[in-house]
Design a protein around this ligand. Sequence first.
Ligand SMILES: [Zn+2]
Ligand SMILES: [Zn+2]
Length: 246
Amino acid sequence: MTTMHLHYWPIIIFVSLCIFLKLNELTKKHRNYKKRKLDHSYYTNVVINLFISLGLFALISCNYGFSNHLTPKLQNIIFYFMTTDALYYWIHRAIHKTPALKQFFHFTHHEAFHLVPMDVYYISHQEHILYLMIIFTLPLLFVHPNFMEYVAILLISLWHACYTHSEIKDNFPIPLFINSKYHKKHHKIGGGNYSIFFNIWDEYMGSNIKSNTPPPQQPQQPPPQQPQQPQPKNKKQTKIKKQKKQ
Ligand SMILES: [Zn+2]
Ligand SMILES: [Zn+2]
C-alpha cells in the first residue's frame, strides 16, 4: 500500500475550491436562493464534505489497482452506476424507514425544502462518509474500471446530483437518469422515490411517489391572538374610587 503523496493536497484544495465556487455561483443565481437563509454553519458543512470527498478520491487514486485498459468501456460505467443505484436505494430506504437512523444520518439533508444546487453537499458528515464508502467505493470490488472511467462516473454523479437539486423542468441530458422533479418529490412529499440514478428499484418495489400525491400538510399555526383591549372601567368602581380619595 503506497502512502498518499503530499503533493496531492494542493490539488485537493484547488479542486475543492473550484467545485465550491461553481456550486456557490449556481446557488446564488437560483430562484430558491432568497427563500433559503444559508448561514455560516451551512457553508462550513458543505466545505468539510467537499474535503472529505476529495480526500477519499485521492486515497483511492493512490491505492486502488485501476484496470490497465486504455479505451473507456461503456459497460463498465453502466454496471458501476447500476451497482451504486441498487446499494443507494436499499440504504436510503432503510434510513427513511428507521426513525433513529434517519435522525442520525439523514435529517440534515432533509432540512432543505426549497432546493438549491449546493444541497448536494448539505448532508451530515456521517451520512456523507457512509455513502462515499459503501456506494462510491464498494462497487470498485465488483467493477474494475480504469482511472478515466472512474473519473467519468464521479463527474456524471456530481453533475446529476446538482441537476436533481436544482428543481429544473427539463430532463437530464443522459437518457434513463431520473429527472429533477422525481427527487424534488422525495424532498417535498416523501415516502418514496429513494433511487439516485434510475427508476428501476422504485418501480419494482412500488415506492414511486404518484403524481397526484398531495404534499404533507404543514403544521397550521394558530391565528395570532389580538392584544386584549383594557376593559372600560365600571362607572360604579370609578365612583367608589373617587369617594375613597375624598
Ligand atoms: Zn431521503
Ligand atoms: Zn436530496
